[in-house]
Design a protein around this ligand. Structure first.
Ligand code: SAH
Length: 286
């Protein structure tokens, strides 16, 4: 058991980044995704899509999709809409071209999650921006970060550019094919030198594997039913974890380990992410 005391602060902040609550997938209009996160409405629960897919949000996403033609424009769109305020995060997101991480056939510069195969998605750009901003203080040059459920490797690459060559970033993903494709994506991106030098690594694994050191920053890209104790244990004193927690109803939680080892948690916003699960469960029906 973890020895830290757990203090849960329940006051959720306003939903500051709800640019559009949902969208149709850019590749397949019939495969609908919530643009606030990595969520794809599951086939087994069609009622979810009724809740989230309003005509207003679909129109807004269509408008966004038709207007934005480059990564730079996408980042500027996020800035103009108040979804991205940090200059450092904007600079990193401009440097790591999302178009290199989104599978061919999609419109890459849409503020929407997209299908990446294996019942997984790349998160929406405004969610990537939100997580980078929440972790910015713990992604200073030389710091260490862990990205669990690294998927396409986009956010992992952004983390690596934030901490620089003196830092260390590990991506962990349990679908080997996604690990292989994420490494190719990274090799084509501005993070390629960091991968080559070894300050950025991506492994096949889950919560309990490949986690070798305490981290200043931990990001989890899939929703856990509870905050996983092995991840709490891997957080350095002074460290911060951003993790979606819940099943149907999920909160993006910010978990902080104080210097005395005590833990505080607050809810940042409501989200919908794919579940943190076993490989077998994730690939069911795929
Ligand atoms: N941040 C990623 C999100 C990918 S979606 C991106 O934007 O590209 C969430 C990812 O978590 C999926 O790739 C899925 O395969 C992975 N995942 C789910 N459960 C996992 C587990 N138990 N261990 C490791 N990865 C997991």
């Amino acid at each position: 058991m973890h020895s830290s005391s757990l203090v849960v602060l329940s006051s959720a902040r306003p939903l500051r980044r709800l640019l559009c609550s949902a969208s149709a997938s850019a590749r397949s209009p019939s495969s609908r995704s919530c643009s606030c996160c990595s969520f794809r409405s599951p086939k087994r629960n069609p009622s979810i899509s009724k809740v989230f897919f309003t005509s207003t949000s679909l129109m807004e996403c269509f408008w966004t999709r038709t207007r934005i033609g480059s990564n730079k424009e996408l980042v500027e769109y996020l800035q103009q809409n108040g979804a991205l305020n940090s200059k450092k995060v904007a600079e990193v997101m401009k440097t790591v071209d999302r178009g290199l991480f989104v599978p061919h056939g999609n419109f890459p510069y849409v503020d929407s999650p997209m299908d990446i195969g294996y019942n997984a998605t790349i998160s929406a750009p405004h969610m990537h921006a939100a997580c980078l901003e929440l972790l910015e203080e713990n992604l200073q040059p030389g710091m260490r970060a862990l990205d669990v459920g690294s998927g396409t490797g986009y956010l992992t690459s952004c983390f690596a550019l934030m901490v620089g060559p003196q830092g260390r970033v590990a991506g962990v993903e349990h679908i080997p094919e996604l690990v292989a494709s994420s490494i190719k994506n990274i090799q084509n991106s501005a993070a390629a030198p960091l991968l080559k030098e070894g300050s950025l690594v991506v492994h096949v694994g889950g919560l309990d594997g490949q986690i070798l050191e305490p981290y200043n920053a931990i990001h989890v890209g899939a929703a856990a039913p509870d905050i996983p104790v092995p991840l709490l244990d891997q957080l350095k004193p002074g460290g911060r974890m951003v993790i979606p927690v819940g099943t149907f109803s999920q909160d993006l939680k910010v978990v902080e380990k104080k210097l005395d080892g005590s833990i505080s948690v607050h809810n940042e916003t409501s989200v919908r992410y794919v579940p943190l699960t076993s490989r077998e469960d994730q690939l069911q029906g795929y």
